[in-house]
Design a binder for this molecule. Structure first.
Ligand code: GLV
Ligand code: MN
Ligand code: MN
Length: 400
């Protein structure tokens, strides 16, 4: 078996920011395309046939493509400044698991595929799990084609440059019908497994979450000639909103709300901005609570904007309901992994989107730092290598 650590070391330099040590691998950037090339090479080395479907999802097949295939895999794109394991661990462990199964002399009775889903993080086009949403029909192709990145490039143009004809993106029932079961292995993104003192867990549920954009419009003006009383400064209004959002979420048991992106326009030291865009990521196990919290935040942003002579508009960019995974499948996975504990996760995954269409499960690998979406995210070499054997055990159970 090629060790998972060896596979990850081979891509450790791709998209790594030398200053922060974090990874910047937006979908179809040079870095993410280099990772796709690495995937093709690793698949070829194992004699797996690779297809790229019309949504840009990569499929490496052991055996003829579908139907009733056991599919594993994850994503290769990252958040800005992400860790080394969020996504790539699941892909590298999948190659390792194929090696382990072959070394065991195991011949699958059904096809096995490793899939890579584009734009899981939504860090380029704002919609989380974009590839799996297109595949399942959870995102309309018309809406997807017009999404734009920070530089104003449309998804249609970026996909076209990546070799995916944007005219054909969208629901793909034939490809979906080939999946008999999907299992995604992923680094645990919080403290869950530290607290259990176990290397692996099985996912029980994914916390629902929404992403929202708030645009605050004021009046651009001169920093020296405009008296404080005469200003309609959207930065001051938006800053008050950010503080109030933290207060609102902090007062609701188990709620989370994050503003991680905040962009004043035009953004000059001696310029009162004319507008500010910022983004809210809101999560709670009960979707109705998230909806109510966002309705309160929407009202509050309107009030704060009005008090400063500004206007605020809040728009939903994506919505992912809370997902409970198939308990029978979770039970089989747990049993195959020496009675691994079951974990609820606060992080989003393509598995959560696919769960609406096919039997789906997830395996988590211990993260001793308890930190993710940061260079501090961590998996020990021993756990990374053991994750291939654990995934092989799970796949063998499903393929038998
Ligand atoms: C992805 O990791 C997310 O939870 O947003
Ligand atoms: Mn991920
Ligand atoms: Mn992530």
């Amino acid at each position: 078996m090629t060790a998972v650590t060896t596979l990850l070391t081979a891509i450790a330099g791709i998209g790594r920011d030398a200053r922060s040590g974090g990874y910047v691998r937006p979908v179809f950037s040079t870095a993410e395309r280099d990772l796709r090339s690495w995937f093709l090479a690793e698949a070829a080395q194992r004699g797996l046939d690779v297809e790229v479907d019309r949504n840009g999802i990569l499929w490496a097949w052991w055996g003829l493509a579908g139907p009733d295939a056991v599919v594993t895999g994850s994503h290769l794109d990252s958040v800005p400044g992400g860790g080394a394991f969020d996504g790539p661990l699941g892909v590298a462990a999948a190659f390792g698991a194929v090696d382990v199964l072959r070394e065991r002399g195991f011949t699958p009775a059904r096809p096995l595929a490793i899939a890579v889903f584009p734009e899981e993080e939504g860090s380029r086009f704002g919609v989380a799990c974009l590839g799996s949403r297109l595949l399942t029909g959870a995102l309309s192709p018309d809406a997807a084609r017009t999404l734009t990145d920070r530089d104003g490039n449309t998804l249609a143009d970026v996909f076209a440059a990546g070799g995916i004809d944007p005219r054909w993106i969208g629901p793909d029932p034939e490809t979906l019908a080939r999946i008999g079961v999907f299992v995604e292995l992923h680094v645990e993104q919080g403290r869950g497994l530290i607290d259990f003192a176990r290397p692996f867990a099985v996912a029980e549920s994914i916390l629902g979450h929404g992403r929202f954009k708030v645009s605050v419009r004021g009046e651009g003006n001169h920093a020296g000639t405009t008296l404080m009383a005469d200003r309609r400064d959207p930065v001051v209004a938006a800053a008050a909103m950010v503080g109030a959002i933290a207060e609102v979420a902090g007062a609701i048991d188990d709620a989370r709300a994050t503003v991680g992106r905040f962009e004043p326009v035009p953004g000059g030291t001696n310029v009162i901005a004319s507008s500010v865009d910022f983004w809210i990521d809101a999560r709670h196990p009960d979707d109705a609570v998230t909806r109510r919290m966002m309705a309160d935040i929407d009202r509050m942003c309107g009030d704060i904007a009005a008090a400063r002579g500004c206007e605020a508009v809040l728009v939903e960019e994506s919505w992912s309901p809370t997902v409970g995974f198939d308990p029978t499948l979770a039970g089989r996975l747990g049993a195959a992994l020496a009675d691994a504990p079951h974990l609820r996760t606060g992080a989003g995954h393509d598995a959560g989107i696919l769960a609406s269409a096919v039997p789906t499960g997830m395996l988590f690998v211990r993260n001793p730092s308890g930190i993710s979406h940061s260079p501090e995210e961590y998996v020990t070499d021993a756990d990374a290598d053991a994750s291939a054997a654990a995934l092989a055990d799970a796949l063998q159970e499903l393929l038998s």
